[in-house]
Design a protein around this ligand. Structure first.
Ligand code: ADP
Ligand code: ZN
Ligand code: ZN
Length: 800
């Protein structure tokens, strides 16, 4: 017996099957989808068994040394999927397979065999390995006697034994030391100026909403334990033991729910889905339902049907909306049949959830992008909620889109795939119009609740009328009104393109990163400047580096600045701020939201992360501070994203009994992506945007490929880029394919590497993948030995 193995060496020379001999004792034990340890040159490395054959064409082959899994970790379907995925994304097969198994299994950890029965029930030859109160190491059992493996495999199948990775959580601690201010209103002046380090800590704590761990603080402020101890002694801060928050869902009780009687529209859209389920026919549905139209109830009832038919369900939601509120809806309906995969889980917890799927202890998985690889073997339905979200595209290799994987799996299992959104991506909607996908519209909110009224305020007008504040008169009046009435407001600030940069008022000099062509961002808490691309950090300068003037100030309005302004104009307002700074720690996202839900604040101020999933009855006002900040990003999808985001945000208002109102502040109020939010007219937006895309030749009218080339030397980048462009021009069909570039990337330098790009726009290019592979092959030596990077992104979403 010969095993065909993909080895764990991520280079293109090794991106193929290698032959290894299967030891006699392990014949019929080793199967495709199992991982093994094999000799590779002088080393021993891991590999995936992809296939088995009777004989090899080579005459000298080495034997497999060890076996990592007793049962396959990759099903036949996933093996095929990996092959397809690596082709489509031009990445290594190894990387594709590694995507599909939990990180815990990729580390070098010990495995143990756990007895799930009485020792006496085991065959005599195995009994001795299991002593009460002692761990049985896999290596002891298997390496001792190769033949043991077959026995163990059978016993695992019968449920008498289990093989488990001993996942040692790095830095796993149940509790940690935390500190907080003894008196939150302490005056900074009380601390002598010479104790600058102590002052810094107190200043930091005054600004943070919640306690911080000593460890985090030490790291953040680059300070020492002694400084903290000094402050504790003086009584300024308290130190205490606190449980470290791990799984944000741990301990949450889920209330049981039952199916709601569907509305007429819901009934209409669910029927074709159920048909497809029952007749086992693969169809892709685009469920286009306005916010609050009851899409989730449709998902739930469709899943229910799949489970009744003995099949499984995969549900993808964007990471950011994987909140307990969201999970409750699935757990509430299907209880312990649901596994949840989200980034808040530790490596061990993720592994546990994954094992539940593999062992068929659950029938539904709800998770972010990578949950699409759940190792179910009888998938009955796949749902992608908020299908337009760009986070479904992975930006690292393999650069796959979860939607494509969903459709591959749907077709493999002959089951329906549902893409749901209030604002579908143009690509999906266009496919629905061409009947590639089946369009299922939900046009009204459940119970006929009105869509919120949207008012667009022209900020240029405000300026002309002498209002220099970041809040228009209208918005300010409305905020006051809501506070008086005891209702809640949400203020949304678009983070992208809205960071705080530092500029000299005398000469216009802007502080930029010395390694990247990008301006540095001012961070108030540390009073420092940071590069968001490479992490470079420096002290906020006192004088201008260019002209020496001390009129150097920060500009722009990050959420911190908005918060300050807000407390200035509305001193009585209670504000909760949610941005990357206040939600960095695990669980804080959820804590802030529930505080808002309990009515502990009048205004929730935040970035993108508050756009989704918020569902609180008292929110009657949503304000968008600068709707157009995203419109000017060099990305052909900027109008689409603006419209999607505005719709998404306005969907937060008036979801319940109280009527909602939305104020959008804009400097380009006439742009269709903003104007059309007033009428919530997706269809109209789609038409306008499609005509733009047609003229400029962008997807969905063409497909795109982005090739990024980078190197520390500019001349090298240019030479390689030009070679690539001219090669493409020679190889591609001139009549229907356009090669753009090479040009410098919008971010022309990151981490001291110069960056260029070429773009391909094509309609039908049968030789495309082959040609791109050739490019990869051609530069392989330079890439392995030198500093060159050539990365290819099929159907790109990021153009920086
Ligand atoms: P969407 O996902 O389209 O934004 P939701 O699924 O969140 O909409 O539904 C909005 C609200 O309507 C939820 O509170 C949900 O419980 C409720 N709802 C959904 N379907 C029904 C129904 N058939 N009858 C009554 N209420 C419903
Ligand atoms: Zn930088
Ligand atoms: Zn200057």
């Amino acid at each position: 017996m010969i095993a065909k193995v993909i080895v764990d060496v991520p280079t293109s020379q090794t991106d193929r099957l290698f032959d290894y001999a299967v030891p006699k004792e392990w014949e019929n034990v080793i199967q495709p989808g199992i991982r093994v340890v094999v000799p590779f040159g002088p080393r021993k490395i891991q590999g995936f068994v992809i296939d088995l054959e009777k004989e090899s064409t080579l005459n000298k082959i080495k034997p497999i040394e060890d076996v990592l899994d007793v049962v396959p970790v990759l099903t036949q379907e996933l093996l095929e999927l990996g092959e397809w995925l690596s082709e489509q994304t031009l990445s290594f097969k190894l990387s594709a397979y590694q995507l599909m198994i939990p990180a815990a299994m990729r580390t070098k950890v010990k495995k143990e065999i756990v007895l799930l029965t009485e020792r006496q029930n085991l065959p005599a030859s195995l009994q001795n390995y299991f002593e009460p109160g002692k761990k049985t190491l896999w290596s002891d059992v298997i390496l001792d006697q190769k033949a043991n493996l077959k026995l163990v495999q059978e016993l695992v199948r019968e449920g008498l034994l289990e093989v488990r990775y001993q996942v040692e959580e790095k830095g796993h601690k149940k509790t940690a030391r935390y500190i907080k201010l003894a008196d939150p209103n302490v005056q900074l002046e009380e601390i002598p100026t010479r104790a600058a380090k102590q002052r810094e800590i107190v200043d930091f704590l005054k600004e943070s909403i919640e306690p911080i761990s000593v460890q985090d603080l030490l790291k953040k402020l680059q300070t020492t334990r002694q400084v903290i101890t000094a402050l504790v002694k003086k009584g300024y801060i308290h130190e205490f033991e606190k449980e470290v928050y791990r799984d944000p869902l741990a301990g949450v009780q889920f209330e049981q729910t039952t199916p709601l009687p569907l509305t007429e529209q819901q009934q209409q859209v669910i029927e074709p889905i159920l048909d497809s389920l029952v007749t086992k026919q693969h169809d892709t549905f685009l469920l286009h339902g306005v916010t609050g139209s009851g899409k989730t109830e449709v998902y739930l009832q469709a899943i229910d049907k799949a489970l009744q038919l003995g099949r499984e369900a995969i549900v993808l939601v964007p990471e950011i909306s994987l909140t307990p509120q969201m999970v409750q809806r699935f757990k509430g309906r299907f209880g312990s049949k649901v596994a949840v995969l989200h980034s808040g889980l530790s490596m061990g917890e993720k592994y546990d959830e994954w094992r539940k799927i593999l062992r068929k202890e659950v029938e539904v998985v709800v998770g972010a992008r990578s949950a699409i690889f759940a190792p179910f073997t009888n998938v009955g339905i796949i749902i992608i909620d908020e299908e337009h979200e760009t986070s479904y595209k992975q930006e690292e290799n393999p650069k796959y889109h979860a939607r494509d994987v969903a459709i591959f799996r749907g077709s493999y299992h002959q089951c329906p795939v549902i893409l749901g959104s209030a604002t579908p991506s143009l690509e999906s909607y266009a496919r629905a119009k061409k009947q590639v996908y089946q369009l299922l519209p939900l046009t009204t909110r459940v119970n006929q609740r009105a869509m919120p009224a949207v008012e667009v305020v022209d900020m240029r007008e405000e300026l002309r009328n002498g209002n220099r504040s970041m809040f228009s008169y209208t918005l300010l009046e409305m905020l006051k009104d809501r506070i008086e009435k005891g209702e809640q407001s949400v203020l949304f600030l678009n983070r992208r393109g809205y960071s705080t940069f530092v500029m000299c008022r005398d000469c216009g000099y802007v502080a930029t990163c010395e390694h990247c062509d990008i301006s540095l961002t001012y961070h108030r808490t540390q009073h420092s400047l940071k590069c968001h691309y490479c992490g470079h950090e420096e002290k906020m300068p006192n004088t201008c580096e260019s002209c020496g003037s001390d009129h150097i100030r920060f500009f722009g309005s990050g959420t911190q600045k908005v918060e300050e302004e807000l407390t200035r104009v509305l001193p009585t307002a209670r504000v909760i701020r949610m941005d990357i700074d206040t939600t960095r720690r695990k669980g804080s996202h959820e804590r802030l939201l529930s505080a808002f839900g309990r009515g502990e604040a009048d205004i929730l101020l935040g970035t993108q992360m508050i756009a989704k999933g918020l569902d609180f009855p008292k929110i009657t006002l949503v304000g968008v501070l600068a709707a157009d900040s995203m419109l000017h990003i060099p990305d052909f999808r900027s109008a689409e994203r603006t419209f999607q985001l505005m719709e998404q945000v306005s969907g937060r208002a008036g979801r319940h009994d109280l009527e909602g109102k939305v104020i959008i502040q804009s400097y380009t109020p006439d742009h269709y992506s903003i104007e059309l939010v007033k009428s919530h007219d997706y269809e109209h937006f789609f038409k306008m945007e499609m005509s733009q895309r047609k003229v400029a030749l962008y997807p969905p009218y063409v497909f795109m490929v982005l090739i990024n080339i980078s190197h520390p030397e500019l001349t090298k980048v240019i030479t390689v880029s030009e070679k690539i462009a001219s090669f493409l021009k020679r190889e591609m069909q001139e009549s229907t394919t356009t090669i753009l570039g090479p040009v410098a990337s919008p971010l022309a330098r990151i981490k001291d590497r110069y960056r260029y790009q070429c773009m391909i726009k094509y309609r039908n290019e049968p030789r495309l993948l082959e040609t791109l592979r050739e490019i990869q092959q051609h530069f392989i030596r330079d890439m392995n030995q030198g500093q060159l990077q050539v990365s290819i992104d099929m159907h790109p979403y990021m153009f920086t």
